[in-house]
Design a protein around this ligand. Structure first.
Ligand code: 3H9
Length: 692
């Protein structure tokens, strides 16, 4: 767009409108345009300048698609200083997204009016940076240091009303932005400028305590703790020196891999739902949901739907089982009330029917099956659903690994069958894998995505294979970690190394949470198809034989008690592992933490490359989002494929070759990885041009 900023003169008042869809981000052209319009307004003798955004938002912040390229003048801090020093009083009207650099522009204005729609905040830490245009210096002068520390280190948005209470805005208006700004300009006529930088320095807070808290809460992340130091500068340094300190800290973070990782995650999260099918088709209408199976998953899916006002009919085999499911759902809904997500549970529960009569599913628009993971059972269920559900209804399975093509073939309408793989607890976890079978119709895929959006979930398209994207990768890195234990590492060292790397939990703590019996059952099921080269984690079998199934039995890899609900290491487990190594004639060796992390990541990246080659995931970014949202991979590392690009594919390939010497079968290198590394390409190159 040539001129994204325009000026209209209204009774001597200059209304400057930022018109840069979709969110009025402060691109280079907007910054330059704003500067020009301030000059023009002053030169024309305007009595005041009113800043507004065209459309829904004021300004959602700096244009983050420009990050990573050399910044171009005018820089945002200079623009903010220019606004603050304007010879005309400047009024910013905060409406819609007023975030990051957008709020910094508003803080540089002399007056701030907010409309009811405003969502106000400095979310830079969520992108791995801090406010870089005076936000850390101006905000604490308005709110005090404590409130600024809270807002800037969390990046949370506040409403117009809260912003008024905090002193960020001067006035709440119940009018469209332009009218609100013009009316306010009338009211302050003759009152002149009121630069925020002239306000007294904020009182000091306990900055060291804040800093240590940020180190604990945001383990491994630089931006939140750096924000504390920048805000500290507001109370310890004069304004101009504080700005310089903020700039220094900001520029260091801008150069960091964490910033690159978080910006990648931001765009990847939005790109996952951009698919060719979604452009060309409309989703089917979904008004009512049917769920078959009221266990943990079925009840969680029901709660997820009810919390988004979708009526649910849940069927279980007996009346008693249906009642038990109702109870489980009620607990989840109560939990939402306790967490402040919902005011009253009763109207939500009124939208739920629990029954033992599967004919009650006949009118549902979307039926999600969450019964026992067994192909025979699924066959029966789908044949029955095919018989009773209305034409056009979507028949979804929540299976986490079974072949959906085989399931679909049991119906007379395979085009209506799709996988909707939720993660437990389904009403909380953000990820939904949308598993597309060979015959799934495009409008059914589109409905899967629109349903996910309605539930507030991030949906990723996956193809059919054992474990789809996420569990296929999980199973591979679990094997790599089990092999490491066989060879000498302790599960506790592995968990510790990986949580230090940034994983939300280590794989052995996760296994305890999921129940060791689940992987045990899978090992038994797959025993017949196991290759002679596959190594068996006999130590895990031993734990299961002893009834140590993890958290639910109080013992697994860890020991759980009231005093140690998160679990503590157990020397008995280490003794069992040592016995199993001795039986297999393995001489244990030591592994450094960085070796553990490298093997973990190589197992992920190599399997992911196979998954891409197989067409199970369309793009590397789909894998990044799956691992971040479903498996606790650190978002600030961008996802495993982004991590691999940063690490260098050539280097990773060399490491894989070394591991191949050790175990040629487990570490068989994915051809795609070799191709990319040898042609000096990256996973990011595969993402390019595939965002639609
Ligand atoms: C900053 O300001 C640094 C300064 O302190 C200092 C600088 C010196 N830039 O999310 P949506 C795009 S850092 C470019 O789907 P919603 C987005 O990619 C910035 N593009 O809609 C998408 O594009 P597409 C601080 C942006 O209604 C489209 O807009 N600000 C930006 O669910 C719609 O987005 C932030 O961190 C941007 N800043 O949510 C705010 N923002 O359609 C980040 C959005 O092609 N943004 N886009 O996929 C948000 O939180 C949400 O996007 C927002 C709208 C709440 C605004």
């Amino acid at each position: 767009m040539n001129n994204p900023v325009r000026l209209d003169l209204e009774n001597g008042i200059a209304v400057v409108t930022i018109d840069n869809p979709p969110v009025n981000a402060l691109s280079h052209a907007v910054r330059a345009g704003l500067l020009r319009m301030i000059d023009t307004a002053e030169a024309g003798g305007a009595q005041a300048i009113v800043l507004i955004g065209a459309g829904r938002d004021f300004i959602a912040g700096a244009d983050i698609s420009e990050f990573g390229s050399p910044p171009k003048e005018p820089y945002l801090p200079d623009l903010c200083r220019r606004i603050e020093k304007s010879s005309c009083p400047v009024i910013a009207v905060l409406h819609g997204a007023t975030l990051g650099g957008g709020l910094e522009v508003a803080l540089s204005a002399h007056y701030r009016v907010a409309t009811q729609t405003a969502r106000i905040g400095l979310p830079e830490v969520l992108l791995g940076i801090i406010p870089g245009a005076g936000g850390t210096q101006r905000l604490p002068r308005l709110t005090g240091a404590e409130a600024a520390l809270d807002l800037i280190t969390t990046g949370r948005h506040v409403t117009a009303k809260t912003a008024l209470e905090l002193g960020i805005v001067d006035h709440l208006a119940n009018a469209p932005p332009k009218e609100a700004g013009l009316a306010f300009a009338e009211n302050i006529k003759g009152q002149g400028q009121r630069p925020t930088s002239d306000l007294p320095q904020p009182d000091a807070a306990d900055f060291d305590a804040w800093y240590s808290r940020m180190e604990q809460v945001h383990r491994g992340q630089s931006a939140p703790k750096t924000a504390v130091r920048a805000i500290e500068a507001a109370s310890s340094l004069p304004f101009e020196e504080g700005l310089l300190r903020e700039r220094d800290l900001f520029l260091t973070l801008m150069d960091s891999p964490q910033r690159a990782g978080l910006i990648h995650a931001f765009f990847a999260e939005r790109a996952v739902s951009k698919l060719p099918e979604l452009k060309e088709t409309n989703p089917r209408d979904i008004h009512t949901i049917g769920i078959l199976g009221g266990g943990t998953m079925g009840a969680g899916i029901a709660a997820a739907c009810l919390l988004k006002s979708l009526p649910v009919t849940l069927v279980d085999r007996t009346r008693a089982a249906a009642d038990a499911a109702r109870e489980r759902i009620a607990q989840s809904i109560q939990g939402a009330v306790k967490r402040g997500k919902l005011e009253d549970a009763a109207p939500v529960m009124d939208q739920l029917v629990t029954t033992a009569e599967d004919l009650d599913l006949a009118d549902a628009d979307l039926i999600i099956e969450a019964v026992f993971e067994d192909m025979e059972t699924k066959h029966e269920v789908f044949a029955r659903l095919d018989a009773i559900c209305k034409p056009g209804a979507i028949l979804a399975t929540n299976t986490s690994y079974l072949d959906i093509n085989v399931i679909a073939a049991r119906t007379s309408r395979p085009e209506d069958v799709i996988g909707l793989h939720f993660f437990s607890p389904a009403h909380i976890m953000k990820l939904l894998e949308i598993v597309v079978a060979d015959k799934t119709a495009p409008d059914v895929i589109a409905t899967g995505f629109s349903f996910a959006k309605r539930l507030g979930k991030t949906a990723v398209r996956a193809g059919v294979c054992d474990g789809f994207i996420g569990n296929r990768i999980l199973s591979r890195y679990r094997m790599a970690m089990d092999n490491l234990v066989l060879d000498g590492a302790s599960p506790y060292q592995i968990d510790n190394a990986l949580t230090e790397f940034g994983m939300a939990m280590g794989p052995f703590a996760v296994a305890d949470l999921a129940g060791l019996d689940i992987a045990w059952a899978a090992r038994k099921r797959k025993a017949a198809s196991r290759t002679p080269y596959e190594r068996i984690p006999t130590f895990a079998d031993r734990l299961c034989e002893m009834g140590r199934f993890g958290r639910k039995t109080g013992q697994g890899f860890y020991l759980y008690s009231e005093k140690a609900p998160q679990g503590i290491p157990d020397p008995e487990v280490e003794a069992i592992i040592a016995e199993e190594r001795a039986k297999a004639d393995i001489i244990p060796r030591d592994f450094r933490d960085d070796e553990i992390v490298l093997r973990f990541m190589l197992a992920i990246v190599n399997e992911a490359a196979y998954i891409l080659d197989d067409g199970i995931a369309r793009r590397p970014l789909d894998i990044d989002v799956t691992l971040v949202y479903g498996y606790g991979f650190p978002r600030w590392r961008g996802g495993p494929m982004h991590w691999a690009d940063q690490a260098g594919l050539g280097r990773l390939l060399d490491s894989l070759h070394t591991l191949q010497d050790e175990d040629p079968h487990f570490w068989a290198i994915a051809p795609l990885l070799s191709r990319l590394a040898q042609s000096d390409q990256s996973f990011a190159d595969l993402n390019k041009g595939m965002s639609r």
